[in-house]
Design a binder for this molecule. Structure first.
Ligand SMILES: [Zn+2]
Length: 263
């Protein structure tokens, strides 16, 4: 069976109770060949639950951090707690962190920028890579990262990359990796598919970002699960005209290169 990895998923929510609970979700993932999953924190509580999952299940690793849309909950001192979680042997990155200018009621841009930079600093201090979330903020994210390039010494992942192929070149020059999920399988996603086709093989990773963004052929089904990363990889192989097993192997190696704590 093809050995797969889901480098960005959210397994900490309650939506999985309706589909048999986390044990069932992980057993379906195993059945689909998914050998490793990186469960992403998005605030302090979810980062802690992600750590607990990694303690319970060999195949689960995690990252810890504050998502830009969740900063309304942020309290002084929370980053110290995040830093403690990062010391865990299965915490592979600080994330997900970044900028999200999509909704008008998102936290103020100045607050987002400040906490983004502080978390980049934290990752740099800890010697860890970062997992980046950027939505409707391509230029601002690029400029901020360029201005703080020294903080990216341990690499980073643009997760669920959705900007243009031209922009991708700019992020590549910052030494970043890229992962693609369900949207790369959608019919109307030509822009993302162009990125999947053009990206150098050593920078490509696979994800689901579950519970959202379920790939074709289950688009629209909720909740999405790590098992569905197989459809993402299948489709990436088709787009790149590559053999699926070889591509999956390459992706696994790429994940281990970026997330060096991953075993
Ligand atoms: Zn996410």
């Amino acid at each position: 069976m093809v050995k797969l990895i889901d480098v960005h998923c959210h397994l900490t929510g309650e939506e999985y109770l309706s589909v048999g609970g986390i044990e069932e979700v992980l057993s379906r993932a195993k059945g689909a060949g998914v050998e490793r999953m990186i469960c992403s924190g998005f605030d302090l509580a979810s980062s802690r639950i992600a750590m607990e999952l990694s303690d319970r299940f060999e195949e689960v690793y995690f990252c810890a951090g504050f998502h830009p849309s969740e900063l309304g909950k942020y309290q002084e001192g929370d980053l110290d707690e995040i830093a403690k979680l990062c010391a865990h042997e299965k915490c592979v990155a600080v994330g997900e962190i970044g900028l999200d200018y999509h909704f008008d009621d998102n936290p103020e841009r100045e607050v987002q920028r400040e906490l983004f930079i502080r978390q980049l600093e934290l990752a740099n201090q800890l010697g860890l890579p970062v997992v980046l979330h950027s939505r409707d903020a391509a230029q601002e994210t690029l400029e901020l990262l360029k201005a703080h390039k020294h903080l990216l010494a341990n690499g980073g992942l643009m997760h669920c990359y959705s900007y243009s192929a031209e922009m991708m070149q700019e992020f590549i020059s910052l030494g970043l990796h890229f992962s693609f999920g369900g949207p790369s399988t959608f019919k109307n996603a030509r822009k993302v598919q162009e990125c999947v086709e053009r990206i150098p093989a050593h920078l490509l990773l696979s994800e689901t970002d579950c519970p959202y963004l379920t790939p074709v052929p289950y688009r629209g089904v909720f909740p999405n699960e790590p098992k569905n990363v197989k459809y993402v990889v299948e489709n990436m192989a088709r787009l790149r005209v590559e053999e699926e097993e070889a591509l999956a192997k390459r992706i696994f190696e790429n994940a281990k290169t970026l997330f060096f704590k991953l075993k």
